[in-house]
Design a protein around this ligand. Structure first.
Ligand SMILES: [Zn+2]
Ligand SMILES: [Zn+2]
Length: 219
């Protein structure tokens, strides 16, 4: 899965994933990608956007981390500067390296720590959602678009509400898979924490696993 070094101290990574979703930026086609990599007591996450027609086109690209804010951090310490360099990217695997500096542990300090990571990430697409979690019917014209900042890049991507217009206000655990519309079996949906009615993770019979929060998706 790779290695993560902070000021030269190396940790072996035990897991790394990258997920992608199509998004345009300034009219150019591309992908938002999110990388999560973790090792013993260390966790790196970052999100950014890169121009490409196919995910494999990321191969060999360099993507700067520009004013990423909370979208790029190691152990909760934000990247002050940095870049992602992709090696080979194919449908199910992305090889990438990350070089940058992160803020010091002491927020009063101007010191920076040097971060280097070599990552071999399992790659997958963000599951598309096109069905109402309450009734299972297609969302159709309820899907819109929104501009937002991801890792310092202004991107336009779909906003997909959790429910169709007829089910607006639904605030229970989902009854249908948002990807295929299949009705969940009784033990397929797990609620998370105190917000039992709205935060959940669920896997349908087709194997689509979805975690979410009904109210925030519906905003
Ligand atoms: Zn509905
Ligand atoms: Zn499904």
């Amino acid at each position: 899965m790779g290695h993560l070094r902070i000021d030269g101290e190396e940790v072996e990574l035990s897991g790394a994933r990258m997920v992608w979703q199509r998004a345009t930026s300034g009219g150019r086609r591309g992908f938002v990608f999110q990388v999560t990599a973790y090792g013993r007591r260390r966790m790196l996450h970052l999100a950014a956007w890169a121009p490409a027609d196919r995910i494999g086109d990321l191969t060999g690209q360099m993507v700067p981390l520009l004013a990423s804010g909370p979208d790029a951090a190691v152990d909760g310490r934000l990247f002050a500067s940095g870049e992602v360099r992709f090696g080979r990217v194919r449908d199910d695997l992305a090889i990438l390296s990350v070089d940058g500096t992160v803020e010091a542990l002491d927020p009063e300090s101007d010191a920076r720590s040097v971060v280097e990571a070599d990552i071999r990430a399992i790659l997958s697409a963000v599951l598309e959602r096109s069905r109402c979690v309450a009734c299972g019917l297609a969302l159709g014209e309820n899907v819109g678009e929104r501009d937002e900042f991801v890792g310092g890049h202004r991107v336009r991507r779909p906003i997909v509400p959790a429910t169709c217009g007829a089910c607006t206000g639904f605030a229970e655990t989902p009854r249908h898979c948002p990807t295929c519309g299949d009705a969940y079996e009784a033990d397929a949906v797990q609620s998370l924490g105190d917000m039992a009615s709205v935060a959940y993770t669920a896997t349908c019979r087709a194997g689509h696993t979805f975690s979410g929060n009904v109210s925030s998706e519906a905003r």
